[in-house]
Design a protein around this ligand. Sequence first.
Ligand SMILES: Nc1ncnc2c1ncn2[C@@H]1O[C@H](COP(=O)(O)OP(=O)(O)OP(=O)(O)O)[C@@H](O)[C@H]1O
Ligand SMILES: [Mg+2]
Length: 470
Amino acid sequence: MAGPVPGGEFAGYEVLSLLGRGGMGSVFLVRNRHLERREALKVLAVDSQGDFAARFGAEARTVASLDHPGIVTVYHHGIDGEIPWFTMQYLEGTDLSGGQRLPLGEVTQIVRQVADALDYAHARGVVHRDVKPANIMVRRDAAGAVERVTVLDFGIARLAGASSLTAADSFVGTLTYAAPETIGGRRDVAAADQYALACTAYELLTGRTPFAGLPTPALLHAQLSEAPPPISRSIPALAGLDHVFARALAKDPAQRYRSCRAFAAALAAGADPATRRQTRVAPVPLPPPPPVGPATTPPPPNRSTITIMLSLIAILIGIAVIAGAILLINRDDSASPAPDVSSSPAGAAASPSGVSPSGAPSSAAAAATWGLVVSPQGRVIRFGHYDSREDLLSKAATYGYDESWGYATFTTGCAAVAHATGVSAGSAAYYTARGATRTAASQAAVDRSQQATGRTSSTVSTLCVGDSLD
Ligand SMILES: Nc1ncnc2c1ncn2[C@@H]1O[C@H](COP(=O)(O)OP(=O)(O)OP(=O)(O)O)[C@@H](O)[C@H]1O
Ligand SMILES: [Mg+2]
């Protein structure tokens, strides 16, 4: 049987167009006639002989069991005319394979969401094995802000790796992002996904992976035994992230962060606040040199002044190092170091990006998660205190929660939802805000919801930690 051709039919689906080709197969936009919806169909360029069908079925079931807003939903699978295929949710947007550099704030936001999806899968024993920009799909809103981040191709590399590949350009995982232990033959180590995510983040910030441009043997050697160049060598303003990348890209998986979320949290924390506010990451221009001239030059400090200044600087550096170490230890020890403020990309008209909408940085340790779920009609369906975001979503599932719904989680302060009966979650906006007082936090969330939607406060609901939904 021939593979899918646009205008034709394959495995009962109407093939509409080719979405693209990758190392392990091709992806088509298809129409599911029974459900009258568009889906994406991926055909794998692998040898389907032997026990492949059994393994393919098992892998497809495992991946289909993953239920996370950041992981593409797999619907159906099969092998037709020896061509293995599966269908999944069709995602609008573009993947990140274009090699374009992104602003630091966007990168931390994307990494946080990918890390969340990866940790969710790791907790269920599923390792991605092929994390790279091409497998991260991003949808943006009309203003260009990142609205939704979805990870593609979970577990596909394992399938391909377990089979003898037929396509000449096929590969198992992508060497540029491959952790040393996977090159060395170890499989399914969750920390390998963190390594690949760190390579991805490095590339999104600098435009190049850590060992870009090397021929394959040199790349292999570098991945196995060379320290990655500090990111500050490409972008001096990112010197605060050197230690973060050094740890996430450690050769020994045991030396990396305890989870992908811990890496994402360290990345957000290491980003210099001044740099984070920039809309584009670019080398920060040096300040102009001080004016030269005898009339304006202050007298040079004498020797004792220099000694005192050096001592003060040494003391300050010492305090900063100790404080930084304590902060890092606390972050790493936190079981769930995800930022404490987040909004589901599915329903937010504009969503915060790792920094709370009030402008305050997210605190690392989240003792408890408060969350709310907004129905497609813009109604707050659940609000309360949950163990985690997953806990909120699984409870919401009993009310029919799916991707067309929206949610927001927060640990302190308030959330506001601008909505009205009959308005879809997609056009509603919700914001979380923290503040010293309940009123200030609540007002900040209300203001932002109003600004985002242009609606008046009569259509904005505010819920604060401790409130009840009635
Ligand atoms: N569910 C989807 N919805 C919309 N587009 C998709 C979907 N899955 C993949 N694509 C697009 O199809 C194209 C091909 O994807 P594919 O996964 O085959 O390529 P790749 O990720 O570069 O390679 P690999 O085979 O290593 O994963 C990409 O442009 C990708 O963004
Ligand atoms: Mg892919």
